[in-house]
Design a protein around this ligand. Structure first.
Ligand code: ASP
Ligand code: MG
Length: 428
């Protein structure tokens, strides 16, 4: 849609009354521009709702209801603080959402855990967007609240649902057309992270999936840009909590961001880039605490010289596989190995093959690694070492590499023209 911008506000940007007021100020500063605003659940609501489903599924009904009561009260308190004229209609909507969950919690679980997870967890986004939409209306920012479950059709792979692009695109086109809207300037408020099946069962797209929802809307609406509003200045070349001298990168290519996400940088949900790259829609990462800061622009163009980009992954496990009878590790054992990796639903962060051995580095997912190790022990001698660190440097320089690996006991190293990765033991 011509001139449409998509905004995404994550949990941290809506976790207090002040931050929701700040969101309204940002939206107001874009007055008279068509906007689609995709919002996450407030603060840590999703985590709290996960605890509700776990209790429910464990048969602890009272505990589930009590935990849900806490979530309820938090939202009621926020709504009370923010809303005056629009409090009553908002409360009626919130109560509908609460009742639906409470009914479900009174039942006994008869289906898969993942199904219940999605039915309960999706309410976090419904509640946050409901309150914010009423608040914006109250503040004179006329907007339309959309239940994204009427728009984004997915399959029934609960907790990791896949979007049906054809149906969803058609629906978004027919719902979000200017002539369909009562508003002079279309401003839509909707939920990230959730969707629904053809049977109207709620689904979720995987944790932190709201960035992806924003990108999907942008793609389908042929939006002008997507802005992700965060509590940091923009995309940095390292995690500022670990590296106080981390610097802002003002411009990045889609390609670079995909690479960064692949190596484990926690910048943007990895699925976000493809829908934007495919339609050449720029992605802006901006700071909601100070919108005047330039932030980061991610687009098709290759950025000029980039600083070294550092990604550190802790709690890594090295799996050493050696052939049992000194035979070569050829295609066949390798193809078995990949099949087992696939079955164990675990992804290696690094693979190095040699004549009679393979070394793999994984995140420490104990249950899945055990499963893999037990399968692999049919063909290999298996050894595991835990508590390692995987360091990746894109656009490395020798100085940077030396500074970051100095004094570390390196177990594995892999290097290409752009990227170097080392797995090391932390000094004791
Ligand atoms: N609320 C969801 C989560 O916490 C989705 C998101 O924040 O992107 O994972
Ligand atoms: Mg979030």
């Amino acid at each position: 849609m011509k001139g449409m911008k998509v905004f995404k506000f994550g949990g941290a940007s809506v976790n207090s009354v002040e931050r929701i007021q700040n969101l309204a100020a940002i939206v107001r500063s874009f007055n008279d521009q068509p906007l689609t605003i995709v919002i996450s659940a407030m603060g840590k609501t999703t985590n709290a709702l996960e605890k509700v489903v776990e209790a429910f599924y464990a048969g602890k009904k009272e505990e589930a209801l009590q935990l849900f009561g806490v979530v309820k009260n938090q939202h009621l308190t926020t709504a009370k603080y923010l809303l005056v004229t629009h409090y009553n209609p908002c409360l009626a909507r919130l109560n509908d959402f609460f009742t639906e969950i409470e009914w479900l919690l009174h039942d006994k679980p008869v289906r898969d855990f993942d199904y219940y997870y999605d039915q309960v967890v999706c309410v976090g986004e419904l509640l946050s967007t409901c309150i914010i939409s009423y608040f914006l209306n109250q503040e004179g920012i006329a907007n339309e609240w959309l239940d994204v479950r009427d728009l984004l059709r997915t399959d029934d792979n609960f907790r990791d649902a896949t979007i049906d692009w054809k149906v969803s695109t058609e629906r978004i086109h027919s719902h979000l057309t200017p002539n369909n809207s009562q508003l002079t300037t279309p401003i839509y408020v909707t939920q990230g992270f959730i969707g629904a099946t053809a049977d109207n069962e709620s689904t979720t797209l995987g944790r932190e999936g709201s960035d992806y929802t924003a990108a999907v809307f942008a793609n389908m609406l042929e939006a002008e840009s997507v802005t992700i509003w965060k509590d940091v200045e923009g995309v940095m070349n390292a995690d500022p909590k670990q590296f106080p001298d981390a610097q802002l990168i003002q411009e990045l290519s889609f390609r670079e961001v995909i690479e960064m996400a692949y190596y484990g940088a926690q910048v943007i949900h990895p699925k976000t880039i493809k829908p934007l790259q495919n339609k050449d829609i720029p992605l802006l990462v901006k700071c909601f605490l100070d919108p005047s800061l330039p932030g980061t622009t991610i687009h098709k163009k290759n950025a000029k010289a980039l600083p070294p980009i550092i990604v550190v992954k802790q709690q890594q496990v090295l799996m050493q596989l050696n052939s049992q009878d000194f035979s070569f590790v050829g295609e066949q054992p390798m193809s078995h190995l990949y099949a087992w990796i696939n079955q164990s639903r675990i992804k290696p962060n690094l693979v190095q093959t040699g004549a009679i051995g393979v070394q793999l580095c994984f995140d420490d997912r104990a249950d899945r690694l055990e499963q893999l190790a037990s399968k692999a022990s049919n063909e290999f001698d298996v050894q595991l070492e835990k508590n390692l660190t995987l360091l990746t440097i894109r656009h490395y320089t020798r100085e940077k590499f030396e500074a970051l690996t100095n004094g570390k006991e390196i177990l594995l190293q892999q290097q290409s023209k752009e990227t170097v990765q080392v797995l090391y033991r932390e000094p004791q």
